[in-house]
Design a protein around this ligand. Structure first.
Ligand code: SF4
Length: 255
């Protein structure tokens, strides 16, 4: 399986450029952290939509314009604003435009990479609500990439925890927050400030050099449970409970 990425039964690493072009946008769409860097400052919002629709579908300009307006309105932005340029919108509105652009082709998977990092907390809450509503409305999956555990707890159903480029734990939100099996996940959860004691723990050490990562378990230089085997053998991803996986030689110790 290594080196392969499957989506709906197809290995994405084996597709032709033409197939990639179809999948990107039509089946898998992406929104980013900073919408301003993704919108062309010299193009009106309408032209972003038209370019995307015409790149994927043979529809008339009239139909493309209608769909563009509908997509914008569905994000709570008045249709007259479609002739504005990106700099004429606030950060939250630009992120809503990015979401509308991502959804105009009705993808089945939306990847959101830190979609609220550059926004204030009120706008962040609005964007998260929109994403959750759209997930239901479009019957699509949402893959959210974030460092914010509060967002994970609020929005996600399943969680994959990565450390140094490797999957170290996978489970439901309940599994991850109530019974973390990997010491890195435990450290992450302990690194959230405690409201009563005001204590803030951190994980000792620094992330490893990915050019020359540590042998065995990549987390071993920072792990207080490390044993000799941890420096010698890469821990496999094991299902310790139904649907709850961890890559730790001693995951059963935390069950
Ligand atoms: S395999 Fe060893 S070093 Fe890695 S997380 Fe588990 S106990 Fe720690």
């Amino acid at each position: 399986m290594s080196g392969k990425i499957f989506f709906r039964g197809r290995d994405l690493t084996q597709l032709s450029n033409q197939m990639y072009r179809r999948i990107r946008g039509e089946e898998i769409a992406l929104i980013f952290q900073d919408p301003m860097t993704r919108l062309n400052p010299l193009m009106r919002i309408q032209d972003h939509f038209l370019e995307e629709i015409h790149a994927h579908e043979s529809v008339s300009s009239t139909e493309a314009r209608t769909r563009a307006r509908e997509a914008l309105v569905s994000m709570g932005i008045h249709e007259t604003r479609i002739r504005n340029y990106p700099h004429e919108f606030s950060g939250g509105m630009r992120q809503r435009i990015m979401i509308a652009l991502a959804l105009v082709l009705k993808p089945s998977l939306l990847i959101a990479d830190e979609p609220t990092t550059s926004l204030d907390v009120i706008v962040e809450a609005q964007i998260l609500e929109i994403l959750q509503d759209l997930k239901e409305a479009y019957h699509m999956s949402l893959l959210l990439i974030t460092h914010n555990l509060g967002i994970v707890a609020e929005v996600c159903d399943r969680v994959a925890v990565l450390y140094a480029g490797k999957l170290v734990e996978l489970g439901s939100v309940r599994d991850i927050f109530h019974k973390p099996l990997h010491p890195y996940t435990q450290g992450l959860l302990a690194s959230v400030i405690h409201l009563e004691t005001k204590e803030l723990h951190s994980i000792e050490g620094s992330p490893p050099d990915l050019i020359a990562p540590p042998s065995g378990c990549r987390f071993h230089p920072r792990c207080s449970y490390a044993q000799p085997i941890c420096t010698e053998r890469i821990p496999p991803l094991v299902e310790f409970e139904p649907g709850h996986f961890a890559a730790c030689h001693f995951g059963d110790k935390f069950l």
